[in-house]
Write a protein that binds this ligand. Sequence first.
Ligand SMILES: Cc1ncc(COP(=O)(O)O)c(C=O)c1O
Length: 447
Amino acid sequence: MTAVAESNAAAIDRARRVTAAERFDVGTRFGSVFHSADGSWMRDLEGNRVLDVTAASGALLLGNRHPAVVEAVVRSVRDHGAVFASTITPQRLELAERLCARYPAGEKAVFCKSGSEATTAAIQIARAATGRDLVLTAGYHGWFEWQRPYRNMGFDPRTRVANFGYSETALRRLLTEFGSDVAAVILTPEPAWFDLEWHHRVSRLCAEHGVLFILDEVITALRWGSRGLNGTGGVRADMVTMSKGIANGHAIAAVLGGRELMDHYDAAGIAGTYNREITPMFAALAVLDEIEDGSVHEHSERMGRALKDGMRDVLASVGIAAHVAGPDMMFDVVTASEELSWDIYAAAYTHGAWFEDSGTQMVTAAFGQAEVDHALEAFEKGARQVAARTDVEAGELPERLRSKFALDAFGGSPVDTGPAMARLAETVELIGRGTPGPGTSATPVVE
Ligand SMILES: Cc1ncc(COP(=O)(O)O)c(C=O)c1O
């Protein structure tokens, strides 16, 4: 393989010439270009082994090259093929049955390739089912146009999407004023910031207003317990979207919902040539077999907890103020600023561990004690190097800095600040007026 003879830096230069993108990948990731991985260990072009503490942005649940998944994928392409003229396959039927048995929201399941598509399909189904067009949202759902202003509370008249920024006050007000125009509320759970009861309350609020509630479990479906907030947490939802980890890295996403609701699929105009691809379905069925008896989650949660507690202890012992919280398999590490976190993770990378610079760390089932120890050692070395050359504060991270992280990371306003409430008032006015224009979600709320 010729690429392996190339240095990381040369490959990155080449990437700059032939492919995008400076911010998304080329310029703001750490300096390795990987060509293979095993479990949670990746190997770069220069032969360095680096531990992945991001689970490939959550795409991996069991780790790379998991034998059961490899076997299922090979069996799929060798013995069955990839796609057929028809869209219904035994694999699709079995996967739909098993996911619906796993998540209470599901009576029917449909499939697509990514989380961005699944959440878009869900709101199109909701709009088709209700004949309403307004969508209320909080959190990241992907990169399509309607999903993009996810950090900014406000309203975009072009897409008819209003972002309530995780403010219960804002959601209640928008439902009270415009409930009869709302097709659905779609929410990405942020379990490090809002507890289970908060998610139950949001679900109940939607039910009280007769509005469909879509839980975007693209990350949480297999990482908040083994069956997400809908299954493990018992949070009622009309539709659930999921993707990451389902097929251990293979591209598939699902929308689950009640039979009557899902029967608006045709009216919603949803299609997709590759939605029928059977290989990721084989992989997903293998994943479901693997996690059936609960031991994969029991182990992964234990490893995640050890890593989370260890990172909290490292920051305390180095003297860097931090807030470390969240479920064991997807926890947030918040420091005083994005720059400080980036510096620490960049230094940790030089010691062989690749952390998520935006803050959410995720383990795979391939993590054992050796991986936890390696991650913590790299993190500690990195943190100590940064603390030695930077002015850092120790102790509790002030509430103001936690809120800033929530706003920057996922558009969350856990506290009803003056600017957020002013933005809500503008938003209500704008939706009520019903005229097209740039909207209020085009700019951030400045605290
Ligand atoms: C909750 C949630 N929804 C949707 C998406 C978009 O998924 P994808 O990147 O597969 O399009 C993501 C991706 O991070 C996500 O975390």
